[in-house]
Design a binder for this molecule. Structure first.
Ligand code: SF4
Length: 332
């Protein structure tokens, strides 16, 4: 797979899986640092210095922030605080001197009005379209059967059979949470400040990110929301090696057993880790865990999901939560 991109300065580059693997596996850490710095410089100069680093308190954005400041000292850090983030990560961002942009929307409002983020972003979006359809619309038909209005079938445009039960769930399902808490505040900040973002995302974190890299590269100029992702082909091990090599201070969360540090209440992918994240959350942040399960209603959502996936088990504080069903065990 490959795509042409028109980069700043009129130069064309071609990206594909081979390019990705060459950068990911063919460069040592020093080579990656050098190439990332070059990309940072290119983005900075293309925007006359009107750029910022979007930090989350996680390891990737901590490394990116350090790299960017090693190229230009005047680039600000911005933290979009959604109230879904771990307090350790918020502290990390404060310690880095980031500007804090707070969200005015309560998580309960988002989850109960728009829907719970269950399964994956794409499945949640498709289920939401079915749940919100008024009558038998072409979109609803496509999501349920994969057949579009021209009669063509595409497996990718339908909800996988094992997730169809979500359409009848007694709660709304949606991918809007990310839009409300991440995309919208960031787009608003970009509009108001006139600055273009550096993001610490890595392409191996998901197919959508990898696909976006094929299409637009690290410095994505010609897209609706321009962005630079200079760590796109770094690995998790590279990130740790950089943190240790530079002696960076990182979020305390990583010393509490967490491998990743996304939002505390996120239900995306919880069927893949057998709800381990919630078991850990109950141990490290019991108050937050109770709030998530009881006030935000995540316990009922998880019960419903795992009842339909099969199997049974338990979460702390007596919440009945199932084990990984066999079809998922085979996929891991
Ligand atoms: S990662 Fe999950 S919890 Fe966080 S904003 Fe996106 S959907 Fe919501």
């Amino acid at each position: 797979m490959s795509a042409m991109r028109h980069a700043a300065g009129g130069q064309h580059v071609r990206h594909g899986w081979v390019d990705f693997v060459q950068r990911r596996d063919g460069l040592d850490l020093a080579g990656k640092v050098s190439l990332s710095r070059k990309l940072i410089r290119e983005w900075y100069e293309a925007h006359d210095g009107q750029v910022f680093v979007s930090v989350s308190g996680g390891l990737d954005s901590t490394v990116l922030a350090h790299l960017v400041r090693s190229v230009r000292k005047d680039v600000p850090f911005v933290y979009f605080d959604s109230a879904l983030e771990f307090p350790e990560n918020r502290r990390q961002c404060q310690d880095m001197g980031a500007q804090i942009v707070r969200s005015a929307v309560a998580p309960k409002t988002v989850l109960q009005s728009y829907g719970y983020p269950v399964a994956s972003k794409q499945i949640a979006q498709y289920v939401s379209e079915v749940q919100r359809a008024r009558g038998e619309t072409p979109t609803k038909r496509r999501r349920l059967t994969g057949i579009n209005s021209a009669g063509r079938y595409s497996r990718m445009s339908r909800i996988p059979a094992r997730w169809l039960f979500l359409c009848d769930a007694p709660f709304p399902v949606s991918d809007r949470c990310c839009f409300v808490y991440k995309k919208r505040p960031s787009a608003k900040y970009v509009r108001q400040s006139g600055r273009a973002p550096f993001l610490g995302t890595r392409a191996d974190e998901g197919n959508q990110r990898l696909h976006a890299w094929y299409l637009h590269g690290c410095n994505a100029f010609d897209v609706r929301h321009p962005r630079s992702t200079p760590l796109a082909w770094w690995t998790h091990e590279n990130v740790w090696a950089y943190v240790r090599g530079e002696g960076l201070t990182y979020s305390a969360l990583y010393d509490m057993g967490y491998q990743r540090s996304g939002c505390m209440f996120c239900l995306f992918g919880c069927h893949l880790d057998k709800c381990e994240r919630f078991r850990l959350l109950a141990e490290t942040h019991p108050k937050v865990y109770r709030h998530c399960m009881e006030t935000l209603g995540c316990r009922d959502v998880l019960d419903y999901v795992f009842d339909h996936l099969g199997g049974s088990g338990s979460l702390p504080f007596g919440a009945p939560i199932p084990r990984l069903p066999s079809w998922e065990a085979g996929r891991r």
